[in-house]
Design a protein around this ligand. Structure first.
Ligand SMILES: Cc1cc2nc3c(=O)[nH]c(=O)nc-3n(C[C@H](O)[C@H](O)[C@H](O)COP(=O)(O)O)c2cc1C
Length: 236
């Protein structure tokens, strides 16, 4: 009973925090809430960008300096979509997945996003939505967990990719799944690198972190393993 009340209170608090942020920032973000979670329906992804894939491959670099400028909710959504968004019938996604088992989970650590309260959000590919996991700006905690790579905290957003290996292991066995899932994280990250570049932003894969600290900051369940962090922002 006590636990239910706490859940309910958290849900109400989250809904208010998100509603306030959405009101404060004029974006096309739509708010939907239920009793336990606050969800954000992201603006539809744009598939009409004018940069060619060749030009973004040619200019892609790992970028570790950010101006601190906020990004829009649409931009944050676009980045998440490029990594794991739904792009085809049968829920097929932007990045390939062994047997379409989709072991990856994608999180948005929002620090400076117009129209979105700072917090940790889980990306829900179905419906292109965000679900609030934890309110508050977690960027410094993430940077500290990433062996104190302080530049990470300067990015307006950090995309975190984790994996549930069991989803793929159930079909291919543990050994093969380890290989496949790690490859998938690379596919998703490369999409995000190229999408960032096409939007005039920069990112850098961060694999050097303390697993258990990142796990704690992101509040990951035991079956999820953190694999990559991708801070993204406008570069000088
Ligand atoms: C799996 C992986 C993990 C990485 N981890 C880090 C990291 O923790 N910190 C960092 O500054 N760069 C990291 N990088 C970025 C590499 O240093 C970078 O890709 C390399 O220097 C080549 O530069 P480029 O990406 O600009 O071509 C990582 C790259 C990969 C692929």
């Amino acid at each position: 009973m006590k636990r239910r009340c706490v859940h309910l209170l958290c849900g109400v608090f989250a809904a208010f925090a998100l509603a306030f942020a959405a009101h404060a920032g004029a974006d096309q973000t739509m708010m939907t809430t239920d009793s336990q979670t606050a969800r954000v329906v992201l603006p539809a992804p744009d598939t009409t960008g004018t940069r060619t894939v060749e030009s973004v491959i040619a200019s892609r670099r790992s970028r570790r300096e950010f101006t601190g400028e906020p990004v829009s909710t649409a931009t944050a959504g676009q980045l998440l979509w490029s990594a794991q968004g739904i792009t085809g019938a049968g829920m097929l996604r932007a990045a390939p997945s062994a047997g379409a088992t989709y072991p990856l989970e994608t999180y948005l650590v929002a620090g400076a996003v117009e129209g979105l309260a700072p917090g940790l959000y889980r990306y829900l590919p179905q419906g292109h939505r965000l679900e609030l996991v934890k309110a508050g700006d977690l960027r410094r905690e993430i940077a500290a967990a990433a062996l104190s790579q302080q530049w990470i905290a300067d990015a307006p957003v950090i995309v975190a990719i984790s994996a549930v290996y069991e989803r793929t292991a159930a079909r291919y066995g543990r050994q093969r799944a380890t290989r496949y899932v790690d490859m998938e994280a690379g596919h998703a990250a490369q999409n995000l690198y190229l999408q960032a570049e096409a939007l005039g932003l920069g990112t850098c894969s961060v694999g050097a972190f303390d697993d258990s600290r990142v796990r704690t900051v992101l509040g990951l369940p035991p079956q999820e393993t953190p694999l990559l962090l991708l801070p993204v922002g406008k570069t000088p």
